[in-house]
Design a protein around this ligand. Sequence first.
Ligand SMILES: Nc1ncnc2c1ncn2[C@@H]1O[C@H](COP(=O)(O)OP(=O)(O)OP(=O)(O)O)[C@@H](O)[C@H]1O
Ligand SMILES: [Mg+2]
Length: 363
Amino acid sequence: MNPYDDSAPASTTGLPAAGGRIVGGVADGEDQAVEAALRPKDLGEFIGQERVREQLDLVLRAARARGATADHVLLSGAPGLGKTTLSMIIAAEMGAPIRITSGPAIQHAGDLAAILSSLTEGEVLFLDEIHRMSRPAEEMLYMAMEDFRVDVVVGKGPGATAIPLELPPFTLVGATTRAGLLPPPLRDRFGFTGHMEFYAPAELERVVHRSARLLDVEIAADGAAEIAGRSRGTPRIANRLLRRVRDYAQVKADGIVTREIAAQALEVYEVDARGLDRLDRAVLGALLKLFGGGPVGLSTLAVAVGEERETVEEVAEPFLVREGLLARTPRGRVATPAAWAHLGLVPPQQGSGGPGQSALFGG
Ligand SMILES: Nc1ncnc2c1ncn2[C@@H]1O[C@H](COP(=O)(O)OP(=O)(O)OP(=O)(O)O)[C@@H](O)[C@H]1O
Ligand SMILES: [Mg+2]
């Protein structure tokens, strides 16, 4: 496999800079090829997400005890946190087959009717990117979820008739990166909603150790910690960084992943100790060095780093905000003290002699 493979991922945002980014949360071609092998197969193997796991465990156990089909489940959370993995686990735990489709794949209500009517009793229907379904399909889904019934419209115009079609009970598992975009009537029809959080470093260490075992990579405890710390709270990124570090360890060393090897490898890929990549550091660097830490407007900042406004706002900033390195204020982007420390820079002295920036810019 080519470690420099830069194939663009199936980006949900359609943003150019998100493509091929080693610290991007969205899956690229190589991720898709290896992810199946790395997916935990049951709840016990699934690392972290304690709350969601415990709640889901209750939901599934209760359904099993009743001999019933599990309630519909909505999983929301950022890319790469384990929504698809969890949907497969739900099916496995229920001993049910799983059918996988996605919102964008369902253009017409008829597409959905065809899928629904071919489900078997108890089957899990995984509907990825459920927020991107067409309106008519969505309305058909309401009825299917609630009454296990759909109305199939036959014919056109005044002669059209709706033929009711009974469906076997099934479990819908919807996944979305944007729970806020779901219409309330759809959200309300899920019996259980699990919100996936970013993972703590210790949890990611366990993910790295587990994946290393499955990939037959020898890794030291501090090597796993080093990778975990740079993985932005995201198992998919942890697994991707592990593969790049493994390549480096094979080519440049004896194949064993130690802390030093991991740090050296990720320096080659320009992923720093906190998981920032070149784009993140460019944005932060411009904010600090050119604008004294801000406040500065988004457009100005984007021009300064030579990127599109949207790229800065949607690709770089969310992680910088999450990390407490950058704040979005009504007056513009502002760096936090942690940002200065992270780039090893000293913030300008406040109110020392003469009319400083604050006086010039009115506060
Ligand atoms: N809790 C976990 N424990 C171990 N590995 C995990 C966990 N969650 C995710 N992974 C790993 O991360 C990879 C990505 O997970 P998954 O495909 O389920 O993410 P997703 O939330 O569906 O992402 P997307 O929004 O892009 O569809 C998988 O290969 C899986 O091995
Ligand atoms: Mg997924």
